[in-house]
Design a protein around this ligand. Structure first.
Ligand SMILES: Nc1ncnc2c1ncn2[C@@H]1O[C@H](COP(=O)(O)OP(=O)(O)OP(=O)(O)O)[C@@H](O)[C@H]1O
Length: 237
């Protein structure tokens, strides 16, 4: 069975037009739990997730998975802040990633129905995905990612535009995915969400990891002045 972890990111950087946006960052990830990436606007959270996932180009450094990079990519999913829906039904959106991976039609259909039930979208299976509400679309995006049983799921501000109820539903799906063994890495501006979901925290400022560690330690005894200020709700730049 393919093992992704431990993953070692060594001195990774993202530069644009000669300007360093993120890095250098060194990071080791073990195979369990949820890592929550927090930090002010422009700190580099999205870019870091994309570098790790391989959708943004490394300007320097390297990422070593316990398997090949190709295998690692195959076992990852990425959920965006604004979900990208196929202009097809909910059912077809769920079937699509499985068919892409070669699953037979019947099997894909069965899994799609099971996932629709799990995330509460069963009554909407025949509806066109683009007309779903924001919360419904995000649940669909999550189910579409999880249906492939990723070993690692990146989520970039998955609840940014959602109300409390939709956020709670998404968080429950994420907690179940984590309990089922999916490694989560998500960015959020919602400190309440970070406290609820995080096992580990990466606190980014200015493209660098400013503080990192166990969530309870970070939230209860942040070491740096910037982290203390950020947790108080002060402006950190
Ligand atoms: N394609 C790009 N070209 C130039 N600069 C970019 C590009 N993408 C991101 N940046 C810059 O890189 C920095 C990090 O951006 P990023 O979106 O990763 O931050 P973030 O922490 O996710 O921000 P936010 O909380 O606002 O979503 C920002 O200064 C941003 O302007």
């Amino acid at each position: 069975m393919t093992q992704l972890f431990p993953m070692h990111a060594i001195a990774i950087e993202s530069r644009r037009r000669g300007q360093r946006l993120v890095g250098p960052i060194d990071l080791t990830l073990g195979g369990q739990g949820a890592t929550v990436v927090i930090g002010p606007n422009g700190a580099g959270k999205t870019t870091l997730l994309q570098l790790l996932h391989g959708t943004a180009r490394l300007s320097a450094g390297q990422i070593d998975w316990a398997c090949t990079t190709e295998e690692a990519r195959h076992h990852q999913g990425f959920v965006f802040q604004r979900p990208i829906m196929l202009r097809r039904t909910v059912l077809e959106n769920l079937i699509y990633p499985l068919r892409l991976r070669g699953a037979p039609k019947d099997k894909a259909r069965k899994a799609a129905r099971e996932w629709a039930v799990r995330v509460g979208l069963e009554p909407l299976l025949g509806r066109a995905a683009p007309v779903l509400s924001g919360g419904e679309q995000q649940k669909l995006a999550l189910a579409r990612a999880l249906i492939c049983k990723p070993k690692l799921l990146f989520l970039d501000e998955p609840c940014a535009a959602l109300d409390g109820r939709a956020t709670r539903e998404i968080e429950m799906i994420l907690q179940t995915a984590k309990a089922d063994g999916t490694r989560l890495i998500l960015s959020t501006h919602d400190l309440g969400q970070a406290r609820r979901l995080a096992d580990d925290v990466l606190f980014l400022v200015g493209g660098r990891i400013h503080e990192a560690g166990r969530a309870d330690t970070f939230f209860n005894q942040p070491e740096t002045e910037e982290a203390q200020a950020f947790l108080r709700g002060d402006i950190v730049e």
